[in-house]
Design a protein around this ligand. Structure first.
Ligand SMILES: Nc1nc2c(c(=O)[nH]1)N[C@H]1C(S)=C(S)[C@@H](COP(=O)(O)OP(=O)(O)OC[C@H]3O[C@@H](n4cnc5c(=O)[nH]c(N)nc54)[C@H](O)[C@@H]3O)O[C@H]1N2
Ligand SMILES: Nc1nc2c(c(=O)[nH]1)N[C@H]1C(S)=C(S)[C@@H](COP(=O)(O)OP(=O)(O)OC[C@H]3O[C@@H](n4cnc5c(=O)[nH]c(N)nc54)[C@H](O)[C@@H]3O)O[C@H]1N2
Ligand SMILES: [Mo]
Length: 685
């Protein structure tokens, strides 16, 4: 047996709060990666990887990896390509982009998200390229901007508790998160707390495996979290479970005086009606929050994918400020930790907004891609989108209202370039597919939105075939375009050095075990000091006013006429063994998920004559998709759970759950409302 002789420090690149520290073992003789493990010494990773990422080598060595540039030879969407050389690809792409840019560079749109969360293979050389070009800018809203903007307005930044301190909490409220599936390494700390006697409460319309393991589950209607938060405040006030000293010292006084009036009307009975909960369950939760020191909330992004998601986050974020839970390091709230990295990340040095040279291109919202690809030029829109360059994202599968997204990408007059590992649904629509490296094949740096460490990812193996890092692809494209600024020659090492500053430098990271923890106080807001202008938590936000309950776009209560035709609310949280649409093509993982499913409550199934396993059609005016019915009390009556996000071509009849989602946006942050949807379900013909 050959013994691996080399280990490489790595970081998990996926869009997940855990950002694990990994160790990659490489067989020295063959140069092949033979094993990927979690680093035992890294506190949050603690030696454990999820099922998906422990199979990362299977993904890298997948026989269907794209390993040469591919030129389209069939109709758009057919996925028919022929191999080409890099020189041919770059010359053709540069020629097309130059011609467009000569007319109007804003006709060119970058489209990317967090396929890798790496600071280098994400927005570094790519951002320089599009800034220099003067292309349209992209507002990256598809995941977290409702909650993120709300949190930043309330606390002054995307900051919160340190995740490891949840292990000491006495009460943990898991709010809008299926932690076991999507934040596994937080769950480990929650388990420690549970073993030490803590109470765990889950707030989720779906009875997830996480909910099963909590002491209480508030199975509310989707999009009603704001009403619940208002009723909790009502109870905190009514029972005087308030930390008056903390409020006086650290909370926006006028805002609280006004909000305190508003919550008077939000009795538990009123919220119970809106949320579909039992008023006593709301009272019990308020009592727990108001009387347990070391009460912690793990808020997550699942609850903000609805019209009122931003306001709900503003309200929930206030709860630990009213009870003074922040006084203890195991109390408070964590939605995102990404704001803690502001002092060590030099985004301007990495992305070079100065290359815009005074131009101010329009910004398009990535969540309305379907509409925007179908728009003609107009004075308020600007030029028609004539080219899209996609990297680190699979919009045909993940963007809302797929029918329009597909129709847009099918346009014969749209020039599409996709940097990818695989022929995804989006790559199938490309004029050119360019082979990108995976995390095992390139250098990168990572910060996190769930913990507070900066991680190093060293390349473990040579790139397969002709694959290149995103950075190198944009470097070569810049050269082909004739961009001669010296910053387009910066190597990945140079980019890495430019990216970090202050307490964490690239040199220090290279000399570290593979990560450096930010120096953050144990109980960061015990004495207030929120990163707002005056250090106080903000309730009344200029331009927004006081936070309030904002009802869903689509629900039985808020859209009764629509609900007469489409009576079921649908949410579409991720399937556990996929990461968004990544890993759907890894057979061992797809085999665990077996087929796309919609969970439906036994009463709703019976009313429609559906049995478990039946092939069903889920539909509304926007579209329909096929999947198997899973009759289960994991679904609330009146709510169906369409687990995502399948590749269309690997699902049933070439569609997925985003056929029925819409492009209306959240109250704050211009984000999509994936979990704010009405549908009907019927047996499929
Ligand atoms: N295995 C796995 N892990 C992932 C991902 C994945 O696809 N697969 N995705 C990653 C990404 S991109 C992200 S953004 C994070 C997301 O991580 P989280 O923010 O934790 O989101 P989800 O796990 O999607 O959890 C969403 C939960 O919210 C519930 N939910 C839906 N609507 C509502 C509502 O109106 N109110 C409340 N209270 N709950 C609601 C859903 O039923 C679901 O259980 O996870 C990351 N981790
Ligand atoms: N209905 C519904 N829709 C949703 C959601 C939902 O819960 N329900 N969740 C939403 C959320 S939270 C998010 S974050 C978005 C996610 O949407 P996306 O960001 O599009 O995420 P993925 O589907 O994982 O696609 C990422 C792609 O990037 C590629 N990739 C990975 N690394 C690299 C690299 O280094 N270079 C290049 N060139 N490519 C790379 C992968 O192969 C993969 O195809 O989806 C959203 N869509
Ligand atoms: Mo996300």
């Amino acid at each position: 047996m050959s013994i691996p002789t080399r280990t490489v420090r790595a970081a998990c690149p996926h869009d997940c709060p855990d950002t694990c520290a990994m160790q990659v073992s490489v067989d020295d003789a063959s140069g092949r990666v033979v094993r990927i493990q979690g680093r035992a010494e890294h506190v949050t990773t603690h030696g454990a990887l999820c099922t998906k990422v422990s199979r990362y080598a299977e993904r890298t060595y997948h026989p269907e990896r794209v390993l040469t540039p591919l030129r389209r030879v069939g109709p758009k969407g057919a996925g028919q390509f022929e191999p080409a050389t890099w020189d041919e690809a770059l010359a053709d792409i540069a020629g097309r982009l130059k011609a467009l840019a000569a007319r109007d560079p804003e006709a060119i749109l970058p489209y990317s998200y967090a396929g890798t969360m790496g600071l280098l293979q994400g927005e570094s050389m790519s951002a320089r390229f599009f800034n220099r070009l003067g292309a349209s800018q992209l507002d990256r809203t598809i995941c977290a901007s409702a909650g993120g903007d709300a949190l930043a307005a309330t606390y002054g930044g995307k900051v919160g508790m340190l995740v490891r301190h949840f292990a000491e909490s006495r009460l943990i409220v898991i709010w809008g998160s299926h932690s076991i599936a999507s934040n596994l390494h937080f769950w480990t700390f929650a388990q420690q707390a549970k073993r030490a006697g803590a109470k765990l409460v889950c707030i989720d319309p779906r009875r997830t495996e996480t909910a099963d393991k909590c002491h209480a589950h508030l199975q509310l209607r989707p999009g009603t979290d704001g009403a619940l938060a208002l009723a909790l405040m009502h109870e905190l006030v009514a029972n005087d479970w308030l930390d008056h000293d903390y409020i006086a010292a650290h909370v926006d006084a006028a805002g609280w005086a006004a909000l305190r009036e508003r919550v008077k009307a939000w009795t538990p009975e009123r919220a119970a009606e809106v949320c579909g909960l039992d008023a006593d369950a709301i009272r019990a939760l308020a009592r727990d929050l108001g009387t347990t020191p070391q009460a912690a909330i793990r808020l997550n992004y699942g609850m903000q994918r609805v019209r009122g998601g931003g306001n709900a986050v503003r309200l929930i974020a206030l709860l630990p400020c009213l009870t003074g839970a922040w006084r203890h390091r195991a109390g408070g709230l964590l939605l995102s930790s990404s704001g803690w990295f502001a002092s060590v990340r030099d985004d301007a040095a990495r992305q070079r907004p100065d290359l815009l040279a005074g131009r101010r291109p329009r910004t398009l919202n990535m969540s309305t891609l379907g509409d925007d690809l179908l728009r003609e030029a107009s004075p308020d829109f600007g030029p028609k989108v004539e080219a899209v360059i996609v990297y680190n994202s699979n919009p045909v599968a993940v963007a809302p209202e797929s029918a329009k997204v597909v129709q847009g990408f099918a346009r014969d007059d749209l020039f599409t370039v996709v940097l990818e590992h695989f022929l995804t649904d989006t790559a199938d629509h490309a004029d050119w597919v360019l082979p990108a490296t995976t995390q095992l094949e390139h250098l990168d740096l990572h910060t996190s939105y769930g913990h507070t460490d900066v991680l190093l990812n060293e390349p473990a193996m040579a790139p397969l075939g002709q694959a290149l890092p995103n950075t190198e692809i944009f470097r070569r494209l810049a050269a082909a375009m004739g961009f001669d600024e010296p910053c387009f020659q910066d190597s990945d090492e140079t980019l890495a050095a430019q990216t970090l500053r202050g307490a964490v430098t690239f040199e220090a990271l290279k000399a570290s075990p593979g990560w450096i923890s930010l120096p953050i106080p144990d109980a960061p807001f015990a004495d207030g000091g929120f990163p707002t202008a005056d250090g106080r938590v903000r309730i009344d936000v200029p331009g927004w006013g006081l936070p309030d309950f904002v009802p869903p776009w689509e629900s039985v209560a808020s859209a009764p006429e629509l609900a007469a035709r489409y009576p079921l609310a649908m949410i579409s949280p991720p399937a556990r063994n996929f990461l968004n649409s990544t890993f759907v093509n890894v057979k061992s993982l797809r085999d665990i998920e077996a087929e796309p499913v919609v969970e439906i409550h036994p009463d709703d199934a019976a009313a429609r004559g559906l049995h478990d396993g039946a092939l069903v059609r889920v539909f509304n005016d926007r579209g329909s998709y096929h999947c198997a019915a899973r009759v289960s009390t994991r679904a609330r009556p009146g709510v169906v759970n369409g687990l995502g996000i399948w590749w269309r071509k690997l699902g049933l009849r070439g569609t997925n759950v985003n056929e029925v989602t819409h492009q209306k946006l959240t109250d704050i942050g211009q984000a999509p409302c994936f979990y704010d949807v009405l549908v009907e379900v019927e047996a499929a013909a």
